[in-house]
Design a protein around this ligand. Structure first.
Ligand SMILES: Cc1cc2nc3c(=O)[nH]c(=O)nc-3n(C[C@H](O)[C@H](O)[C@H](O)COP(=O)(O)O)c2cc1C
Length: 344
């Protein structure tokens, strides 16, 4: 089966499926190599390809498609608002082994939305209309959209849903927040449920899924065909397996502190390059530790310390201090941990 056939089968259901979310500067080939063997997702989304008049496919993102180490379908995501360039890029990507083309309508980074791309497009329904029409015509593999609930207000979601219903998209992923909300609390699973009820295409629920228990409750509340998980899977790469265990009524296997330590060691080996300075290597790993640290007790203490290290020696000393033990660890976000610097 081709990747798009495997993906189309997942879309038909009826079983819920699990996707690893696209995360810029995180979900690259190296990261997929580390997370997939932990009992990974059913489908993987690439970081977004930036599309404009003279854009070319970013080589490292294309490499993640060509060298896909997951054994699962990969969906290629695009961000941009130039219809001709989006069509050209979609046609080019379809020469490669992709499962689907996905359009990003959610990125809240000001540098993106001010150019009226990503989440910025949610203020311009006529442009979305033109883009969806043109891409639907150009894309012969499944064509999917990832959106937030609106730009500034939840009230915008009704009109967005009407727009998505007019185009024959194959899947809608809904991150249950507005663009203005960024990553603040208050994911509206009830509005994701509304999307499930009102659209013919399957819907993936996205936003703050962090444990097997809560994953099942989001599936039940929304009626979604599946879940897309981002930060929860950086923190806990065992999460997809744990959700499957819970779905089958089995006990959930929790990693020990040492398992988490080994995962951090694998991330280190996969991410650092010999030519980078030691402090650059530590900085690179801190990107991941900002998420992992939210799940390492006691609340705030580990994060506080790991954010202050600048050498490899201190990095692993702090990790070992908190994680060199055999006790099980849920990796659920601890109450006081604050998210930092989130794009997407
Ligand atoms: C570091 C980071 C990078 C992201 N990059 C992208 C991206 O390239 N494309 C996209 O559609 N969403 C991006 N997102 C948003 C995630 O895909 C997801 O919608 C969001 O994090 C909510 O899901 P979660 O609570 O499971 O993390 C990014 C999120 C993070 C944290």
């Amino acid at each position: 089966m081709t990747p798009s056939e495997t993906f189309a089968e997942l879309l038909r259901g009826p079983e819920p499926f699990l996707a690893l979310a696209p995360m810029q500067d995180v979900t690259d080939l190296a990261f997929w190599r580390v997370v997939a063997p932990h009992g990974g997702a059913d489908v993987y989304w690439t970081e977004y390809f930036r599309v404009h008049g003279d854009s070319r496919l970013e080589r490292w993102i294309l490499d993640s498609i060509l060298q896909n180490p997951t054994g699962r379908p990969v969906v290629a995501q695009l961000i941009g608002n130039d219809v001709a360039a989006l069509v050209r890029t979609a046609i080019e990507l379809q020469r490669h082994p992709i499962a689907a083309i996905d359009l990003n309508l959610g990125c809240p980074a000001p540098v993106v939305y001010r150019k009226c791309a990503g989440g910025g497009l949610l203020r311009e329904l006529n442009r979305i209309d033109a883009i969806l029409g043109a891409l639907r015509e150009a894309v012969t593999v499944p064509f999917t959209v990832k959106t937030r609930l609106g730009f500034a207000s939840f009230a915008e979601f009704d009109n967005l849903l009407a727009l998505f219903a007019r185009h024959d998209i194959d899947l809608l992923t809904v991150h249950g927040r507005t663009v203005a909300q960024m990553y603040r609390p208050g994911v509206r699973y009830d509005l994701i449920a509304q999307a499930v009820r009102s659209l013919r295409c399957p819907v993936l629920a996205n936003g703050n899924v962090y444990s097997a228990e809560q994953a099942l409750s989001v599936l039940a509340e929304t009626g979604a065909r599946g879940l897309m998980i981002g930060r929860g899977a950086i923190r806990n790469p065992w999460l997809f397996r744990q959700i499957r265990q819970r779905q089958m009524g089995h006990a959930v296997t929790l990693p020990s502190g040492r398992d988490v330590l080994a995962y951090i060691g694998q991330l280190w080996d996969s991410q650092v390059t010999p030519e980078a300075s030691e402090s650059a290597q530590v900085q690179r790993l801190k990107k991941f530790m900002n998420f992992i640290g939210e799940g390492v007790p006691p609340a705030e203490q580990f994060l506080h310390e790991i954010r202050r290290v600048s050498t490899r020696h201190d990095f692993f000393r702090v990790c070992e201090e908190y994680l060199d033990h055999e006790s099980p660890i849920t990796l659920e976000p601890l109450e006081t941990a604050q998210p930092q610097g989130l794009p997407g």
